[in-house]
Design a protein around this ligand. Structure first.
Ligand SMILES: [Fe+2]
Length: 471
């Protein structure tokens, strides 16, 4: 009998400990990270859970940004039915009145995130997403995400968001980031935060690939969401995948298992496998196109399909401005990192349609220039063609060499670019982490489509000294 009582007591203690342990796993993002980082001996079989409260909330632009936006977030798997509530923004709390708000049910998928490469514990999560349609252009809304009952712990806060105007000529701005990739919480957070601080009215953010280092690492994705925090939920984003968003354990043939669950990007690309990686969208008077550069290299079919698709999209284009983003640059900043196949297939189309901006990453340096190299040394460039830029926002730094296409080149500096489209002029400013202007130009297009580029003075020198050594 004593043995049975002892056994029962032991069982109760064990269950109590387990419950306590589980409770500790229902934590917010901050604890989530310290949980990972405090583990000296990571048990890959250990399970961790997000909390019931939504985290990793992010808004993405849709193909029809005037009338809709997409929102994604994450919870634990207790939440199998989730909602978005939205209302037109009011001066006070009256948007909360039932008559003013609408509720949408989300798509929910249960995912177990596995990252054996880094021996991270399994993460059991529910990913929720919704596309909110039938919105009025040029309108301020508030929205929140949650699980439907009214207790505050299961809803996010209300976030502000604005739909773009139907007035094609109303100025708008976006921020372009090169690779964040490494030490994202520690070292990239100040870049996205500085950019937001300098331009809180920014309309969207564009990430040119390699947002993180290991595609399947939940911890690294957690850092990326942490770094952007509420900015991700307030300023819509678009992103193109880099090589690091492709799973290295399968020779980078497969996009991260988290890419599609955690983002909702347009599905208007040419192949099933390119959904949410190769796509286009229209934002007022600009068409933005994402080319999936890693997939382009992975197989001939994808390369040919994307090339043909790009031709057809550009042939039909009616927008004044065209921006293409892709991770691998058409012109690299470093000799030996050339992307010849990409250039041979895509450059003829970029030229044929006189694309305006090509925004890229991958090289962990900065450069901006033209294929024709006609702008070198000039302040005003007539008949300017396509502007190519390579940038880096994270702390990983490579070296580069002067090349014919470059007007400006730089190394050892973390940057972000604020690009303002004002009817027939694009103003492009590249800023350092400190907020100084590093590179600046304006591009004006006349009615016949002829472009004039003006190179502006910048506040800091063309090249930083090699005084940064990564430890
Ligand atoms: Fe890369």
């Amino acid at each position: 009998m004593k043995k049975i009582i002892f056994f029962l007591l032991a069982l109760i203690v064990l269950i109590a400990c387990k419950t306590e342990e589980n409770k500790m796993h229902f934590h917010d993002e901050e604890h989530h990270h310290s949980h990972y980082s405090s583990m000296s001996n990571v048990d890959a079989h250990k399970l961790i859970f997000p909390s019931r409260t939504p985290d990793r909330i992010i808004v993405n632009l849709t193909e029809d940004a005037n009338h809709s936006f997409a929102v994604n977030w994450r919870t634990n798997q207790e939440i199998d039915t989730a909602y978005v509530q939205i209302a037109e923004e009011t001066h006070g709390p009256d948007f909360l009145l039932d008559d003013n708000k609408q509720q949408f049910i989300a798509n929910t998928e249960f995912i177990i995130v596995e990252n054996t490469r880094d021996q991270e514990p399994l993460v059991k999560a529910a990913y929720h997403s919704a596309i909110i349609n039938n919105l009025t252009p040029g309108t301020n809304y508030v929205y929140r995400v949650g699980n439907g009952n009214n207790s505050n712990d299961t809803w996010s806060e209300w976030f502000q968001i604005e739909t773009p105007s139907l007035n094609q000529n109303k100025p708008f701005s976006f921020i372009y980031f090169g690779d964040a990739q490494n030490d994202v919480k520690s070292m990239w957070s100040r870049i996205i935060r500085k950019s937001y601080k300098m331009m809180p009215e920014v309309d969207f953010m564009l990430h040119a690939g390699d947002l993180i280092n290991h595609s399947e690492s939940d911890r690294e994705w957690g850092e990326w969401f942490y770094a952007g925090s509420f900015i991700h939920a307030t300023v819509p984003s678009i992103m193109t995948p880099g090589n690091h968003e492709y799973d290295k354990s399968v020779d980078r043939k497969k996009i991260s298992a988290l890419w599609r669950p955690q983002f909702t990007l347009p599905e208007n690309g040419p192949l099933e496998e390119l959904k949410e990686t190769c796509y286009f969208l229209d934002y007022q008077n600009m068409k933005v196109i994402s080319i999936d550069a890693q997939s382009f290299y992975n197989n001939e079919e994808s390369a040919n399909a994307q090339t043909k698709w790009l031709d057809s999209i550009l042939a039909k284009n009616t927008k004044k401005w065209v921006t293409i983003t892709m991770h691998y640059p058409i012109y690299s900043t470093k000799i030996g990192r050339d992307n010849k196949e990409l250039r041979e297939k895509l450059k003829p189309l970029i030229d044929k349609y006189n694309v305006d901006l090509v925004l890229q990453g991958h090289d962990h340096t900065y450069a901006r220039g033209y294929a024709s190299n006609q702008g070198l040394g000039k302040t005003i460039v007539q008949d300017a063609g396509t502007v190519y830029a390579v940038s880096v926002s994270g702390p990983k730094m490579y070296e580069s060499q002067n090349q014919d296409w470059m007007v400006k080149r730089g190394e050892y500096v973390q940057l972000f670019q604020i690009i303002t489209v004002d009817n027939d002029t694009i103003n492009y400013n590249s800023y350092t982490a400190k907020g100084d202007v590093y590179d600046s130009f304006s591009l004006t297009k006349n009615k016949k489509g002829k472009k004039t580029l003006i190179n502006n003075e910048s506040e800091v020198s063309i090249r930083f000294k090699k005084d940064f050594v990564k430890k």
